[in-house]
Design a protein around this ligand. Structure first.
Ligand code: DC
Length: 216
């Protein structure tokens, strides 16, 4: 296993930005695992299917192609909602698990952000962060991002989405959103992006020193 960096946390906590910056710092590939679930949800909807249909979601996950993770559609509000609905299905999670594990374990290292990376996908990852912020701070960030992408939404709608998503992601029977016992918590509510990245970098550097010492 290389130096795997697991960056978990709720929607719009800043984990994606932190993951990308850590990847650039170390020269490691970065996987936004939420994109996998977003692409599965949008594929079901694109085929005229129902997000309540577990078999359709599982088939969509099995036939997922890398090209389906690209483009603006998977970044929309609707995709986030669809993702959290298909993410409750155990067969969907199982289909997506191996790909994520292989990605996390690659040499010389990798960064993955998601909900269950430090708990399920790469429980032995040498560096684990759990990035949080208040629902209000997260809603404000997500609202600005979506408006910047041209969506017409209100802050109140996005705050309601965040509460719904948090409840659904936390109540999931399979791999619920929870910090790994050995993850370092990083609350970014009062932080700028630069300050949050700086804090994350220091946490990961400490983990890297321990990992290198343990490797000998
Ligand atoms: O991080 P995101 O907003 O792109 O994630 C969208 C949804 O996908 C999230 O509400 C739950 C699901 N998800 C998951 O269950 N496990 C992951 N590792 C990543 C995302």
């Amino acid at each position: 296993m290389g130096f795997a960096i697991a960056v978990d946390g709720p929607a719009a906590s800043g984990k994606g930005t932190i993951a990308v910056k850590l990847g650039a710092l170390y020269g490691y590939p970065v996987l936004d695992s939420g994109l996998l679930y977003r692409a599965v949800g949008m594929k079901v909807l694109g085929q005229g299917g129902d997000l309540a249909d577990e078999a359709a979601a599982t088939a969509a996950a099995r036939s997922l192609e890398p090209s389906e993770l690209e483009g603006p559609v998977v970044r929309t509000r609707a995709a986030g909602e669809a993702a959290s609905r298909v993410a409750i299905y155990t067969p969907v999670r199982r289909v997506l698990r191996d790909f994520q594990r292989d990605f996390a374990l690659q040499e010389p290292g990798a960064v993955i952000d998601g909900r269950d990376i430090g708990t399920v996908i790469a429980p032995d990852a040498p560096a684990k962060l759990y990035v949080t912020a208040t629902p209000e701070a997260r809603a404000m960030r997500r609202w600005k991002q979506l408006v910047g992408q041209g969506e017409t939404v209100t802050y109140e709608d996005i705050l309601a989405d965040i509460h719904t998503r948090d409840a659904r992601d936390s109540a999931r029977a399979d791999s619920p959103m929870v910090a790994a016992p050995d993850a370092v918590l990083l609350d970014t509510t009062e932080m700028t992006i630069d300050a949050a990245f700086d804090a994350a970098r220091r946490i990961v550097e400490a983990a890297r020193s321990r990992w290198e010492t343990a490797k000998g």
